[in-house]
Design a protein around this ligand. Structure first.
Ligand code: SF4
Ligand code: SF4
Length: 318
């Protein structure tokens, strides 16, 4: 159980996460306390997913998943984390949906062809998901598969995988939506957004012309990368063993076309992030992920090109 002191510290941490200052601490704390009496029910549905986003959610940097649930919302149903499984999970899901005003978090993409590629209970997910979404206060797409189609929609897209937004458009369901892309989704991005909704009752401020929370996705990863100084001096990694701090652009880094704050937020209790582990960013939070080509950019795509030109060449396709 959290002490009051620890709880307020957590509120301050979330406030820092959400708006870069402690400005929201008081309203967050008040929102949380109110919601302890009447927490917004949260239901998870798994579509075509690998469980990576659920696993990621358990490793928040500043706010532990279970703290969040006990102070912000009720995790009423989750196909992997709640005690109710099988038919009990479906029964509880129906009950929560019928009550309405709940947050529906979807992980994974929705197969359209064949619909039978993913079931929810006895029904193809495609046939029943719209009904659940229509009753939700908000639908949150957690991870790149739900947000943009992700890996199931790549290559030949053997299952006709759709993002949640495309699926809901097809089904003519109009409901507020939030996208939290990432392969996996960053736990702070998901839990910070849920915290914001719980505390304020509003959708977090969005990046222009998108359904992405601006706080996390307003800037390109490249602009906040610890190797940026080396990029500006044309110092690129040639030999991984020797050039440990240089820019990874010419090793295929997709940071210049990927919106995300992950270089400053980092992962796993702020231990590290791809670009600091000598690994080029593969752009897992980009709408283009997993791209049509190789995991990393081809050297020929970036060699001797200023990044603005490179962006024109390989970015902005969606
Ligand atoms: S290209 Fe990649 S490694 Fe280089 S500064 Fe940008 S994000 Fe960092
Ligand atoms: S650095 Fe790139 S590949 Fe790594 S988590 Fe962030 S967006 Fe994804």
């Amino acid at each position: 159980m959290l002490t009051r002191r620890k709880f307020l510290k957590k509120c301050r941490d979330i406030s820092l996460l959400m708006c870069g200052s402690t400005l929201l601490t008081r309203s967050l704390a008040e929102g949380f306390m109110q919601l302890v009496k009447d927490p917004p029910p949260i239901a998870f549905i798994h579509a075509q997913n690998c469980m990576g986003c659920t696993t990621s959610m358990l490793y928040g940097n500043d706010y532990d998943f279970f703290d969040l649930l006990s102070h912000i919302g009720g995790l009423e149903v989750h196909p992997a984390l709640s005690f109710s499984q099988g038919t009990t999970y479906i029964d509880n899901l129906k009950k929560i949906a019928d009550q309405g005003n709940y947050l529906l978090v979807i992980e994974g993409s929705i197969p359209a062809k064949p619909r039978e590629a993913c079931y929810l209970g006895k029904d193809p997910l495609f046939n029943v998901l719209a009904g659940y979404a229509a009753k939700a206060r908000m639908v949150i797409s957690s991870g790149s598969c739900a947000s943009h189609g992700g890996i199931p929609a790549s290559g030949g897209n053997q299952t006709g995988a759709l993002s949640v937004a495309d699926y809901l458009k097809l089904q003519k369901v109009e409901v507020p939506q939030l996208l939290i892309p990432g392969c996996p989704a960053h736990p702070d991005h998901l839990m910070g957004s849920i915290a914001y909704i719980a505390a304020t009752g509003k959708v977090p401020p969005l990046k222009k012309d998108s359904q992405l929370p601006a706080e996390y996705f307003n800037e390109l990863l490249h602009n906040r990368c610890s190797r940026f100084q080396h990029f500006t001096q044309d110092m690129f990694v040639e030999d991984y063993a020797k050039d440990k701090d240089n820019c990874l652009l010419k090793k295929g880094c997709r940071g210049p076309i990927t919106p995300s704050d992950c270089p400053v937020r980092r992962w796993n209790q702020r231990t590290s992030v791809c670009v600091e582990s000598n690994t080029p960013c593969i752009g897992c939070m980009s709408p283009l992920w997993p791209f049509d080509s190789d995991l990393y950019l081809e050297t020929s795509q970036v060699e001797d090109l200023p990044w603005s030109k490179m962006k024109e060449k390989v970015g902005n396709r969606r």
